[in-house]
Ligand binder design. Structure first.
Ligand code: F6R
Length: 242
């Protein structure tokens, strides 16, 4: 595991964008696994800038997102579909047909989950998976549990995740209670993982994820078993470690 310690959020975003850019430049047909949330927004801004300057070309890149809320229309401002188009896809030269997110409005969610796994498999798997981490250690929407989940599945969000995400909604009751998420198994099959983390409020969970026992109660702790993880975190997030 490589850990890059950065000064602050901006520095984390630039470093992460450089790593993703290197992947795209060296392997222009890569499959990128992408995350939403506050953490990767700065990195997406940097990637958009690099694309605009002609330094990085996304025309042959494919993307799969980690997760999506159940029940939100794609046009809903808090859907992850809307997030990704707003923060990244509208700003880079990616092809619409190369972008994949779970459909949280599918009538048959079980089928949606197995179809999503099949899409990833058909692409040949994920070359580089970008992850954020929740304050409870979740990755994707894989919440603390008694067992690691395997494939893409429907998740009941925990109270702590609903509370954390209520900052994006008018009121807490508006936060969807369920989501479709790649499983821990899906994430672990990615060839490379890039975990981003910023802020003091994440320092304890980052420490536990990287150094405590591997336990599904801290889903991110499974990353200790992945052969190719790069952590890019600012000094606040790393303050419990170094
Ligand atoms: C988002 C996702 C989540 C977030 C996590 C951290 O697609 O999968 O696991 O990465 O909740 O969110 P932020 O970055 O908002 O702290």
């Amino acid at each position: 595991m490589k850990i890059f310690k950065t000064r602050d959020y901006n520095d984390m975003s630039r470093t992460a964008a450089n790593i993703v850019s290197a992947q795209v430049i060296l392997f222009p047909k890569s499959v990128l696994g992408l995350a939403t949330g506050d953490t990767p927004i700065g990195m997406y801004n940097q990637l958009a800038k690099k694309c605009d300057q002609g330094d990085v070309d996304f025309c042959a890149i494919k993307t799969v997102n980690l997760d999506e809320y159940v029940g939100l229309a794609r046009e809903h401002e808090q859907s992850y579909y809307y997030f990704m188009w707003t923060h990244l896809f509208n700003k880079i030269n990616i092809k619409r047909e190369n972008v994949f997110l779970p459909n949280g409005q599918a009538n048959d969610l079980e089928k949606e989950c197995s179809d999503y796994e099949a899409i990833i498999e058909r692409m040949g798997g994920i070359d580089l998976q970008v992850l954020g981490i929740g304050c409870n250690g979740h990755i994707g929407f894989n919440e603390p549990s008694s067992a690691f989940t395997k494939n893409t599945h429907v998740v009941n969000l925990t109270e702590s995740t609903i509370s954390a995400n209520s900052r994006f909604f008018d009121k807490k009751e508006d936060v969807p209670k369920r989501a479709v998420s790649m499983g821990i198994g899906t994430i672990m099959q990615a060839r490379r993982i890039l975990l981003l983390c910023s802020g003091k409020q994440k320092s304890e969970i980052l420490y536990q994820s990287l150094y405590a026992d591997i336990d599904p109660i801290i889903p991110a702790s499974i990353l200790q078993l992945h052969p190719n993880v790069t952590v890019v975190a600012d000094q606040d997030a790393l303050s419990a470690i170094v």
